[in-house]
Design a protein around this ligand. Structure first.
Ligand code: KIV
Ligand code: NA
Length: 276
């Protein structure tokens, strides 16, 4: 199987082929998504919410991210693995940002990192790219800024905000990012930005004009329903399936109908008889 790389992203943009991205946080899911041909697995800091039960992504640590990235990497045979840099792992200074970004490649086997922001983290991106670490940018509704935004809100609706988004997207391209996530950006604006960039845009809540799409895996499988944003499409209803399966299991254990003989291991009768 061919390995997906930053070159694949470039080629897809040139050939007008959409790029498929989903989040993954563990080995078994990564392995299934890889088998399905998903091109890029993003170990998002959304794992703080989906896997760890926090209300937002701010509490996620480098150790959390490395732990999950290692697991995803073991399941990803063809897919490119991109690790999200958690809150405060790249905000202090360029040195810390490079050191932390490097840990994802060095210790966890990721192929690239993603971080949130534009002009505010310009020198960080420059330093990380200079260290030969591929960077995926992330603009629009950047969840680590939730307290500055005053909630999870669509970004770029006013002319001023929209102009700034376009400028920042171009800046990310100039700094050497290989792709940029556009989150909760009006569809027409995301399309315009996608047309003006030579690097691919990966949309989430940003419409069909982006060069690729990403969704949070629990959202699209219908198994995380604490939040149900408008941009999510549920491709399965695993919540119902899981609850049904667990309910049936509980019933069968209570009534003694599970396990059946076929689920058990045998011992010779003369051995067991001697024990009575
Ligand atoms: O953390 C995450 O899952 C993300 C994607 C939704 C882009 O950043
Ligand atoms: Na994220």
């Amino acid at each position: 199987m061919t390995k997906i790389t930053t070159s694949t992203f470039k080629a897809h943009k040139m050939n007008n082929e959409k790029i498929t991205v989903l989040t993954a946080y563990d080995y078994s899911m990564a392995s299934l998504l890889d088998q399905a041909g998903i091109e890029c697995l993003l170990v998002g800091d959304s794992l703080g919410m989906t896997m760890l039960g926090y209300e937002d992504t701010l509490s996620v640590t480098m150790e959390d991210m490395l732990h999950h990235t290692k697991a995803v990497k073991r399941g990803a045979k063809s897919a490119m693995v991109v690790a999200d840099m958690p809150f405060l792992s790249y905000h202090i200074n360029d040195e810390e940002a490079v050191r932390n970004a490097g840990r994802f490649l060095k210790e966890a086997g990721a192929h690239a990192i993603k971080l949130e922001g534009g002009i505010n983290i310009k020198s960080r991106i420059q330093a990380i790219v200079a260290a030969q670490i591929p960077v995926m940018g992330h603009l629009g509704l950047t969840p680590q800024s939730v307290n500055m935004f005053g909630g999870f809100k669509v970004q770029g609706k006013s002319e001023k905000q929209a102009r700034q988004l376009i400028e920042e997207a171009k800046m990310l391209e100039e700094l050497g990012c290989f792709a940029v996530v556009l989150e909760c950006v009006p569809a027409k604006l995301a399309k315009l930005i996608s047309e003006q960039l030579t690097i691919p845009t990966i949309g989430i809540g940003a419409g069909n004009g982006c060069d690729g799409q990403v969704l949070v895996i629990q959202d699209m499988l219908g198994m995380f329903t604490d939040l149900t944003p408008k941009f999510v499409k549920q491709y399965a209803n695993l919540k119902a399936s899981i609850i049904e399966a667990a309910t049936l299991y509980a019933k069968e254990v209570k009534e003694g109908s599970f396990p059946e003989e076929k689920h058990t291991f045998k011992i010779d009768d003369d051995v067991i008889n001697k024990l009575y």
